[in-house]
Ligand binder design. Structure first.
Ligand code: XIL
Length: 341
């Protein structure tokens, strides 16, 4: 497909994001950063925000009880500092990627809540002042809007652990915006309504919560038509919104993505970015990997792939140009989205 692109060649995604006061971010792997100089160069050039893909998860930072490995997290934060990028912290409390000593440790409920609280304090405290926003709790809901059962949910006999984690994060890093983050909450549905209700009820109780992360892992052709309407109802309730983990996975029925699929993917990416730009309370868009080189999709969703803006050689796909055009086109370039601090 030819790229009939009216945006000046020097206009990176990052530059366009800066002009809008919009975080334009990417999930980054510290290991790929150290292996591949071009990967780091592109990450620095194209994004004003980064999120560590795995390096801040509990299994990464405390593989054995009391033995911390901050190497990947520190490298990510150092990279961001060197390139004047925001860091979105991901994630403090999640039911996955937990260290085995914790998930299989046979702890009582009170012990688990104590360990969770200490973990939040230690990690958020270590990076206090460096993190623009923390995904404090990740994926707390089932698809039907009920609370997901997890070791933390069981420890508090319900969702009480969420407030506990948010309070601990605020104490440890008062400057970070505190988020709940989940998937399949792009459109208006039972799960997104449950998230809105939870966030609203926490806010009413005085629990520190600033934002909701809408992960935005979508299948080709399936961006919900009511995405912007859904983002708007979170903003109307007083929450920041960030699209935190965008990718558009392609069913590779033809072996590799076809030109028609890549064109449809470009339209999907544009629609996703539009859903954020349409709502002032939407502070950013982060892609979950910017290159098909290190995408999590092929292993997580066998038969799917080619989900990212750049191909495996870091060349721009139609989706890259579509995102650039969308960032350049809509809304006003008044920087009004910058969060005052
Ligand atoms: C993924 C990482 O990208 C993979 O490398 C890892 O093997 C599994 O986790 N939702 C999330 C992210 O909140 O943390 C997940 O990241 C993708 C789904």
């Amino acid at each position: 497909m030819a790229h009939d692109d009216p945006v000046p060649a020097g206009a990176t995604l990052r530059r366009l994001g800066d002009l809008r006061g919009l975080q334009v971010g990417a999930a980054i792997r510290a290991s790929t950063l150290s292996d591949n100089g071009s990967y780091g160069a592109v990450a620095a050039r194209e994004f004003n925000s980064i999120t560590p893909a795995n390096e801040m998860k509990w299994a990464s930072v405390e593989p054995a009880r009391g033995q911390f490995d901050w190497s990947g997290a520190d490298a990510t934060v150092a990279f961001a500092r060197a390139h004047d990028q925001a860091v979105r912290g991901h994630t403090l409390v999640w039911h996955r990627q937990l260290p085995a000593w914790l998930s299989g440790g046979g702890f009582t409920g009170p012990e688990l809540l104590q360990l969770m609280t200490e973990h939040v304090e230690i990690e958020a405290g270590r990076y206090a002042g460096e993190i623009v926003a923390w995904d404090v709790v990740n994926e707390p809901f089932n698809e039907d809007g009920t609370f997901r059962t997890s070791i933390f949910e069981q420890a508090s006999n319900g969702p009480g652990y969420i407030a506990t984690a948010l309070h601990a994060a605020r104490r440890a890093d008062p400057a970070a915006r505190l988020y709940l983050n989940d998937y399949n909450i792009e459109g208006i549905n039972a799960k997104s309504t449950a998230m809105l209700n939870l966030a609203t009820s926490l806010q009413r109780q005085g629990v520190p919560i600033d934002g909701v992360g809408i992960q935005t892992h979508v299948i080709l052709g399936q961006v919900p038509p009511d995405f912007a309407e859904n983002v708007a109802r979170f903003a109307a309730a007083g929450f920041e919104v960030c699209l935190t983990e965008i990718d558009v996975r392609i069913p590779l029925t033809a072996g590799e993505a076809t030109p028609a699929q890549l064109a449809e993917q470009a339209a999907d990416y544009a629609a996703i970015v539009e859903a954020c730009l349409a709502v002032r309370g939407c502070v950013g868009v982060t892609v979950w990997g910017f290159t098909d080189l290190d995408s999590w999709i092929p292993s997580a969703f066998p038969g799917h792939g080619a989900a990212d803006l750049l191909d495996e050689s870091l060349g721009p796909k139609p989706a890259y140009f579509a995102v650039r055009r969308t960032l350049a086109a809509g809304g006003s370039m008044d920087g009004s989205r910058v969060t005052p601090d």
